[in-house]
Structure formats: C-alpha cells, structure tokens
Design a protein around this ligand. Sequence first.
Ligand code: GBH
Length: 466
Amino acid sequence: MTVSHTFPAGFAWGAATAAYQIEGAVTEGGRTPSIWDTFSHTPGKVAGGDTGDTAVDHYHRFREDVRLMAELGLTAYRFSLSWPRIQPTGRGPAVERGLDFYRALVDELLEHGITPLATLYHWDLPQELESAGGWPVRDTAYRFADYAALAAEALGDRVSSWTTLNEPWCSAFLGYGSGVHAPGRTDPADALKAAHHLNLGHGLAVGALRAALPRTAQLAVSLNLHAVRPHSSHPDDLEAARRIDAVGNRIFTGPMFHGRYDEDLLADTAHLVKWDELVHDGDLAEISRPIDLLGLNYYNPTVVSSAENAKDLPRHDGHGGGPSPWPGAEDVAFHLANDNVTAMGWPIDPTGLSDSLLAMHREFGLPLLVTENGAAFEDTVSPDGSVHDPERTAYVRDHLAAVSEAIAGGADVRGYFLWSLLDNFEWAYGYEKRFGIIHVDYDTLARTPKTSARWYADVIRRGTLG
Ligand code: GBH
C-alpha cells in the first residue's frame, strides 16, 4: 500500500546549523573565546585535535550558503547566535561588528524568502562566564537574559522567531557531568545546578525577549527529549526508564511547562544537591513563562534496563565507561534499539520521533517544531565530484514520514529542520562525522549539494513525500 505523506500549508521546510560548528573567524569582529574554543584547544578533548577556528568559514561565505539554501527551496533556516561575538565577555554592551554579521545574514535570508529562526544559545558560553563559575552558578542565568535582551533589541526588527536554548540536557550533563562537551567538568552536583540555572536562564530570557520584541514574535526552546523505552516489562526496567525520563526529560519540561520539579526527580537526586537552596522563591514562575512553540531535536530512541537485567546483554552506554551524564541514575544500563546504526553508532528508528511528537502534543498542547533531525553517514564522493548519500535520503524520508504520521494523529507540527545544512564541526568528533546535506571539502571548503539535498529539494517543491 502506498501512503501519501502530505504536510500542512505553511509547513516550514528548513535546515539547521549552529554558530561554533560552521562560522570560524573566531578572533574576528571583536569575538573572544567561548568554552568550546578553550575545550577544542585542550589536547585530547576533540577527535583529531580539530577546532572550530575555521570550521566551514560560514562567517565569510554566508552569501554563498544562503544562495545554496535558496536553490534547495528551503523556506526556513535555523541558526544560532554566537554569544561571545555579540557580547564578548558575557557582560556589558553589545559589539556592533558582531551584530552586523547577523544583520547581514538575516537580510540575505529575507531577500531570498527564507524565514530565520534564531537560537540564542547553542553551547558557546563566553569563557569569562565559565571562569566566573559557568552554568552551575546562578549569576550566569541573569547574564544570559541580558544577552537575550541585547540580541532581541538589535535583531528584533528582522527576526520574529526565536529559541532560547538548544538542548540544555547536553549543556548540563555532557558539559558538567560526563565532561565530553565543554567545559569538560565532571561533577554530578554541578551538572544538576547547571540544569536549574539553564532553566532559569530560559525563563528570564523569555521575559527579556517578550519585553524587547513585537507581540507577534514566536518564542520557543529546543529540547532533546529522550524517547525512553524500557528494555522489558520487568519492574526494574520500568524503574530505569522512570529515572532516565526524570533526569533526561522532566527536569526541563517539568519547570518549563508545569512550573514544578517532580517529586521523584528530587528524591532520585536529593543526595547530590539541596534543591530547596538551589531553587529560589519565584524561580518556577519565571521558568514557566508561556512560550509559543516547543522544538524537538530527535536522533534515536533510548532503550534502558536495570544493570542487573543487562547482564550478558550487549550494552550501549553512550558515555563509554567514563563519568556518567545521568546523576542519580548512574547504574541504569543502555541498549541499542536495533543494529541498524548511523556512522555515530546511533540506532535508526523513526517511531521514536512520531511517538515523541504525539506524547508532547498530548502533554503540553503546544504547536511543535522538529528543530533537528538527521544523520551522519560515510558519503561516497565520485570521481566527477558528485556526492552520493542514499542512506541519509532514506533516513530523512522515513523520519519525515514519521512526522506526517504524528500530524495525522493530531500533533500540530509546524516545521522540520534537517540537521544539518552543511558538513561541520561535530563537537567531540571534530570533522570526522558528516551530517550535512551539502558536502564540504575540508581542503578547499568547496560546497557540493549531496544527492540527499536534491531529493529534499524535490520534497519541498512537491510538499509531499509522494
Ligand atoms: C545535536 O545533539 C546538536 O544540537 C547538534 O549541534 C549536533 O551536531 C547534532 O545533534 C549531532 O550530534 O548513545 O546512541 O543513544 C545531539 C545530542 C546526545 C543525540 C546523545 C544522541 C546519544 C545517542 N545527542 N545522543 S546513543
């Protein structure tokens, strides 16, 4: 049976990037180091010793990149603002040269009919704020709100869609828990404090954005909610799933959408932090300020069991034996949902995307965006220079089908942002892993749309998967 997957009128057909992963030009225009500059220049932290110093030089090539987006027919583009480009030390006035880069980028997008979606924070905290304590320190949340106000005042005349944070789970738990992301700290208490201050920063930033932007502005946050599944119906596996849902998902959605931290989460982590000292009066009201859309970044489902029930089974602990990114749930075992994996070793299973969208629709009742979805594969570069990535095409097709199924099931999904527009700096993996629908030759920085890009352009033109 052929199912025709169609999408609503006005559905945003997008692609996504992040500042540190593509811009380069790290010392230009008054920009100072972020935690990712420091981290990537620390030996042993990033594969191959790669850094974002040049990345794909988008800072100088953005006009070419916008032209490529227009050729593909993208109707929307999600990018992030580099905090240390706009407000170098994380304090004080904005730097006009930093803002000018984003003004020029946005004007170029608008001239090509592409709607910008600006993310305020995709992991590049100004190093000076980390040196003052970073996200485990409450003041960082206030600094983030000040920066949000500066960005909105400068760009609010041309950007009407904003997200505050990208994947605060990664910032808190990979940055301060497992230490595989910047700033590379490994203290479970600090990771939990970071999570609360990211939440607070989100809420304060929503307030600052509302004050600075026109009433029609659309505000969102992008969460990498884990599609958690117990490995079996054994009570211990259900308990493992509850714990991962608590510290992986509800630690953000609880305060943001229900104005509370759930009791089970507080109990699981009570030995690590004094929540009643961490959470001040008024914080939960601040964090739960209403937003207009909720963004989901989805890559794969998360299958868990108790350690005991994982004996003799192949395990798949993302943190590979290093410090755990799961405070209060360190003994939970992770399993592959299946053996069909991407070049990251992440299992391919689009049902996690439709399940998550439907669950989010039911629980939060908000319009949704898929703010990231995509995959790394080893692409084939032909002698004639063309780049073939049929596995990526299949991945995106199957995940778009899952989006359309969620829409058919009642979820109000307003758009899809493919990760990523371009091959780029894949954090701890450096340039080894390629997520782009546009290939980048890292010697010449030449851009070549892959076969997946041509396929995506066709889908956008037809508005259906056919
Ligand atoms: C996103 O993070 C980022 O926003 C983006 O910058 C990045 O380039 C992109 O994804 C690709 O990595 O242990 O097998 O279950 C992704 C967050 C967290 C998703 C870890 C996959 C574990 C996979 N990731 N997660 S597994």
